[in-house]
Design a protein around this ligand. Structure first.
Ligand SMILES: Cc1ncc(COP(=O)(O)O)c(C=O)c1O
Length: 439
């Protein structure tokens, strides 16, 4: 039996015609200028980790985000690693060559995010403590963060990601961090172009933390095929990250090293692709917003909601459109570590059923990023909810306790095809599949 034969045999899905060409979750969109800048790098022989494209994209992104310095790096993950290391060094001093700057230290971190946000804590030998999510923006809960400081008052570093391009509650999160004297590593990998109203002023994500990171990964709002940046207002921090990213070479005629180094610098070829993409950021955001609004309208009368955002204090970049099924419209479903099972019920559905239904017409959705506290690799790490420790409470003996917002959004939510090249007709076909799931 072919993977989706069961859907073909289900009368709810009769007559559907799969797309000939796969509809992606979020694929790169090239415009032609990228080729020009890549060719320029090749023709001038600046194909390594120095050149006009790097200089130009660092300047343009710093200006756009509203920070003084941008340092081009090989990936967002590299930016997050060096940002986290820099924060660790600032807080706890320079580590020995064979130790991380966060050795023996706890770091609070967004729980519902991609693991690249928080793995750098482990690269630096720190221990991530995961902070639960809130329902209003699907980002770190300020309440849970405050609770975490009650439990671990010694913590001085917090890694905050903006999920799917929607800014978190940065005014509240920053207030909690300020109160406890903690620094923020901001992971704006998914949210370039999204803004937040902070103290009456609109601030771009990527300028909201003490150490800020963005990504140009192939699935992001603009891409370099790969690449990332560290963003800061501190010249010293920018210089340090630039030095670390180029093997920590000192200013000597020979290879001289006082610190551990990394080969993390952005290539001038990659920077050429980014340079060609920057002029289209606004266009991509407008396309993504239109996609979000079309889903919102098309799914309006179903028992589902779109991923939420704060219309007063934020302007997302709408990188991914997501939906969450109302509790009473969830059909039974379970997920193992790698497999899943669900049952269909009239008027109800589940993320797994919808993702299969979408996949059967050759379109790519994705489960919500599985929260870090649920990941096998981090199962021994603390997880703090608005109520306190969220560990060992899934069968809590006190009725109504044991909240786990991240696990709930993971169970009921999913990411919808959000490619900015998707046509309205294609999107309507996806919406039609979702409607059929609830038939
Ligand atoms: C939230 C988040 N952080 C970090 C990264 C890592 O960025 P990169 O792929 O450029 O290393 C990604 C995506 O890839 C991401 O979605």
């Amino acid at each position: 039996m072919e993977k989706f034969d069961f859907i073909a045999g289900d009368p709810r899905f009769s007559g559907v015609v799969p797309f000939e060409k796969k509809l992606w979750l979020s694929s790169p969109t090239m415009h032609g200028d990228e080729q020009k800048w890549v060719d320029d790098a090749i023709q001038t022989n600046w194909v390594s980790t120095v050149g006009a494209n790097i200089n130009e994209v660092e300047k343009q992104i710093a200006e756009f985000v509203g920070v003084r310095y941008a340092v081009g790096l090989s990936q967002g993950t590299a930016a997050l690693h060096l940002a986290t290391k820099l924060a660790g060094e600032k807080l706890y001093g320079q580590a020995k060559p064979n130790a991380g700057t966060l050795a023996g230290k706890k770091v609070f971190a967004s729980d519902m995010t991609f693991d690249a946000s928080i793995n750098p804590i482990a690269y630096e030998d720190g221990d991530a403590v995961f902070i639960d999510t809130e329902y209003d923006t699907w980002n770190m809960s300020p309440e849970a963060l405050e609770k975490a400081f009650e439990i671990y008052p010694e913590v001085r570093l917090v890694v905050i990601a903006h999920l799917y391009g929607t800014p978190g509650k940065m005014d509240e999160l920053k207030a909690v961090c300020d109160k406890h004297g903690a620094l923020i590593v901001e992971d704006a990998a998914e949210s370039l172009g999204a803004k937040y109203l902070l103290n009456g002023e609109w601030v771009e994500t990527g300028a909201l933390g003490d150490y800020n990171c963005i990504s140009f990964n192939g699935n992001k709002i603009i891409t370099g095929s790969a690449g990332g940046m560290f963003l800061t207002n501190s010249r010293e921090d920018a210089e340090k990250v630039r030095k670390w990213s180029t093997q920590s070479r000192e200013a000597a005629p020979w290879y001289q090293h006082e610190e551990i180094g990394y080969n993390y610098r952005m290539s001038n070829i990659i920077a050429g692709v980014v340079r060609g993409q920057i002029p289209y950021l606004a266009e991509h955001m407008a396309q993504k917003k239109a996609i979000y609004e079309r889903y919102e309208a098309g799914l309006k009368d179903l028992p589902v909601k779109m991923n939420p955002w704060d219309a007063e204090k934020s302007m997302p970049n709408f990188w991914l459109s997501c939906m969450i099924i109302d509790r009473d419209a969830m059909a039974p479903s379970v997920r193992g570590e790698v497999d899943y099972l669900y049952r269909s019920e009239p008027g109800k559905s589940s993320p797994s059923e919808i993702l299969d239904a979408i996949a059967s017409i050759n379109a790519e959705g994705r489960p919500i990023w599985k929260p870090m506290h649920m990941q096998p690799i981090y199962r021994s790490h603390p997880f703090i909810t608005a109520e306190g420790s969220g560990r060992a409470r899934s069968n809590a003996y006190i009725a109504g306790s044991g909240v786990d917002v991240g696990a709930d959004i993971f169970a009921r939510g999913l990411c919808l095809p959000s490619d900015n090249k998707m046509t309205p007709a294609q999107q309507d076909a996806v919406i039609d599949m979702i409607r059929r799931c609830f038939a």
